[in-house]
Design a protein around this ligand. Structure first.
Ligand code: ROI
Length: 168
């Protein structure tokens, strides 16, 4: 019994492209997880305080783990890439950020896990990549499709990544 889940990947420290591609490989090789689709990588203007541009993308996974188990798995992968949450400011730069965006049509509101991701509906760096691979997926809180949500926001800070552009 598997569930369709959408995750967002982001990085703006170190070799972001290598980090994101390795992270996606580790995720897809995890028992109980199958990679269904991966978006292009996008170069995105930072939301929050001034910091380097981000590389962002999304993936659709078919998962056996529960949302809570998946969160633990993703956080372990973040740590493998040297992410130290305590040292990072909440809105600061990070080597690897893995967020659960959607898990089927579940709505979860725990202290440590909120699904759908509470800010996904306003974030072009999530919605643009996600619309590439899941445009018809209904976001269960707004009950709008991803394609509809993306049409309602400003996406000017999000462009498809060309590997020669990233110089940090
Ligand atoms: N901004 C962009 N463009 N991409 C991110 O992945 C991202 N992640 C964050 C904050 C600091 C909110 N800004 C971001 O955590």
């Amino acid at each position: 019994m598997t569930n369709q889940c959408a995750i967002a990947l982001g990085s703006n420290l170190g070799n972001s492209l290598a980090t994101l591609e390795q992270a996606l490989k580790i995720i897809s090789q995890t028992p109980g997880i199958n990679l269904v689709a991966a978006s292009s990588w996008y170069l995105t203007k930072p939301i929050g305080p001034p910091q380097p541009d981000y590389l962002n993308g999304c993936a659709i996974l078919a998962v056996e783990p529960t949302p809570e188990e998946l969160l633990v798995l993703l956080q372990a992968i973040e740590l493998q890439f040297g992410r130290v949450r305590i040292k990072e400011s909440r809105w600061g730069a990070r080597t690897l950020d893995l967020d659960i965006i959607l898990y089927g049509d579940l709505i979860i509101n725990n202290s440590d896990l909120i699904i759908p991701h509470p800010r996904m509906r306003e974030r072009a760096f999530v919605l643009v990549p996600l619309s590439e691979i899941a445009e018809d997926w209904q976001e269960p809180v707004s009950q709008k499709a991803i394609a509809q949500l993306v049409s309602e926001i400003d996406c000017s800070g999000v462009t498809i990544f060309q590997p020669s552009e990233l110089n940090n």
